[in-house]
Design a protein around this ligand. Structure first.
Ligand code: G3P
Ligand code: CA
Length: 251
């Protein structure tokens, strides 16, 4: 099966719209859509019962009302934690009680809102294959096909290898930070359509060209300054991933 070719947007909402609502929640996905974003990025991580949920960190400490490892809680338990109160003014949190959603719930929301999805596979250490495999199962159960606007991304080549092997029709993007050794060969071997670099590593236009001249789309994270986004797009970057789409309106 050939890899899906979609037209990718100039702006992708990071973790939904992480500056506008608590990251990786359904509220954050809705906030992105409400502010003109057509694609969002979220992080898929395994709960303790191997159900993929939207979560960035390995622990609950930073973005919920409890502590400990995500991997020590079931998805049902995670749904009862408050992943919203930490965000916004103390004493009057606008997103109090916002739960940790499952990936399945997020896919339903993405579909409902007509969004494109940059799905980052975000495994805990030593859980790469399992996280990719279960995320793929959820995508399949939700009926995602090559016709859907979907880009599967990861810093972990092994996660992308699972998709390359078992669902080659889904477009893949290799996430990199500071030009790791062998990034180009890895992106090629995994049949990626995009290489998604940290924006700090794109110092000049030739840095972008390293990616585009090799035949990949260049995407970059996390850009919250409008002038910097304009510069990167002018250099040939296809998409910038931003916490705050309100800053990027009209780009
Ligand atoms: O889209 C790329 C970006 O999400 C990667 O960094 O740490 O926010 O997952 P991080
Ligand atoms: Ca991410």
């Amino acid at each position: 099966m050939t890899i899906a070719q979609h037209s990718y947007p100039r702006i992708v909402g990071h973790r939904g719209a992480a500056a506008l609502a608590p990251e990786n929640t359904l509220a954050s996905i809705r906030a992105a859509a409400a502010n003109g974003v057509t694609w969002i990025e979220v992080d898929s991580k395994l709960a303790g019962d191997d159900i993929p949920v939207l979560f960035h960190d390995e622990t609950l400490d930073r973005t919920t009302n409890t502590t400990g490892r995500v991997a020590n809680r079931s998805a049902a338990e995670l749904a009862h934690f408050d992943a919203g109160s930490w965000f916004g003014p103390a004493g009057n949190p606008a997103f109090a009680g916002e739960p940790v959603p499952t990936l399945a719930q997020a896919l339903t929301e993405v579909r409902k809102l007509g969004l494109g999805l940059d799905l980052e596979i975000k495994p805990d250490k030593d859980r790469t294959v399992e996280t990719a495999t279960h995320s793929l199962e959820v995508l399949s159960e939700a009926g995602f096909t090559s016709a859907d606007p979907l880009l599967v991304t990861s810093f972990q080549p092994e996660a992308l290898r699972i998709f390359h092997t078992y669902a080659p029709e889904f477009a893949r993007g290799l996430l990199i930070w500071k030009w790791p050794d062998g990034w180009l060969e890895t992106a090629r071997a995994l049949g990626c359509v995009a290489v998604i670099s940290d924006q700090q590593s794109l110092v000049t236009e030739s840095d972008v060209r390293q990616i585009t001249d090799a035949g990949f789309l260049a995407m970059t994270y996390t850009v919250n300054d409008r002038d910097r986004a304009e510069q990167l797009l002018g250099w040939g970057v296809t998409s910038v991933v931003t916490d705050d789409p309100t800053v990027m309106l009209g780009l």
